[in-house]
Structures are given as structure tokens and as C-alpha cells.
Ligand binder design. Sequence first.
Ligand code: DX5
Ligand code: ZN
Length: 220
Amino acid sequence: MQQPVRIAPSILSADFARLGEELRAVDKAGADYVHIDVMDGHFVPNLTIGPGVVKALRPHSKKVFDVHLMIAPVDPYVAAFAEAGADIITVHPEAGPHLHRTIQLIRQHGKKPGVSLNPGTPVAAIANVLTEIEMVLVMSVNPGFGGQAFIPSALDKLKDLRRMIDATGRKIDLSIDGGINADTAHQAVAAGADVLVAGTATFSGGEAAYAGNIRRLRGG
Ligand code: DX5
Ligand code: ZN
């Protein structure tokens, strides 16, 4: 079943020189999750945040840390992100040869496993692990950068995944990531998404704008 919509600001668009303050600001502005984009310059063409930064940020927020790992190989780093304070750890099926084993590894560290699908990755890639995971993260841009345009075929993917998730009878977050603004947020929720990741749309206009930005993403 589709759950109430939760907003997950991607701190990729925050001011990196003031990350702690930025976290407190979106917390106050009504964010539900904090989405942390981890990139390795290899799986995706950009370099961002490591476990040390996640650990430093942990005392600044009580919200769910939704850590999106765009790194390959991923298994050697799961323990470090778990220990740094991640709550949800999301991986890409292409990041290693044994997706099921990676999911088991995340569970062994007491964290919630998620799997992310690139625009070119079919939903079939997760069909056989759906009963093992807590989040499906649909990429509506090619991973690597904030501020890209929403790829509309993600909407059909959300509809398929909504049916697949509902058929399990389990509560699995269906998250959409990339190019989310008030318009695409509305379309994504209509297609079945219940977590909206938004970088640019959350962190624009300075701190005073964040609450309004988040409210508009919720459709208010
Ligand atoms: C892209 C990241 C996204 C990105 C979203 O690789 O996974 O989380 O920060 O940024 P916007 O909302 O600006 O498209
Ligand atoms: Zn992301």
C-alpha cells in the first residue's frame, strides 16, 4: 500500500561549507528523511561524500538517514556507512555481482536495505529481492549530479513497482530521485511513489524558503 508521502531533501544541493546548519534547517522545515548521495567517481562521474562526513552529520539530525550509495564495489563500504549512522542503505544492482548477498550484509549491520534502479535498469532487476528490502529508489535522472531534468519513463516504472510492492503485502518505501519539483512530485505520487527525494527543489532560495519548498513538494 502507498504510504503517506515523505520528503527526503538531498544534501547534494546544500551548502557543503555549512552542512550541519543546513541539516537542522531542513529538519525544522519539515523534512522526513535526509538523503545522502555517496559517489565514487567510478560508478558515477562525480565524487561526493564519505562515511566520515555521515558520521560528523549524525549528531545534527534525528531524522532517518537515507544513504544512497553510487559506488562500486559497494560491499567493502557497507560496514563503514552503517557505523557512521546510516538508517537506510541503498545500493545499485550493478554495484556488485551478488545483490542478494549485499542486502544480507546490510541486514547483518542492523540497517534497512534499499535497491536503486537507474533509468536504463528494468524493474525485473529487483523482482527476486523485493521481499528482502525496505526501499526501492527509482532514478528519474542518470545518477551523478543534481539539477538534471526528470526522465518521464520513470513514471511507468513507478506504476509497475507499485503493483509489485503491493503484491508482497509488505511496507516497502517507493522513492523517486532526480528532477523532482512540485509538478513532477505530483506526477510521481500519482504513479505510486511515497518518498520524494529533492535536492535543487528543497535547497533553493535560502533557509527561509525551505519550509515553503517542502510544502509545495507535498502538494500544499
Ligand atoms: C543524483 C542523486 C540525486 C540528486 C537529486 O545522482 O541521486 O539524489 O541529488 O538532485 P535534484 O533533486 O536536484 O535532481
Ligand atoms: Zn540520490
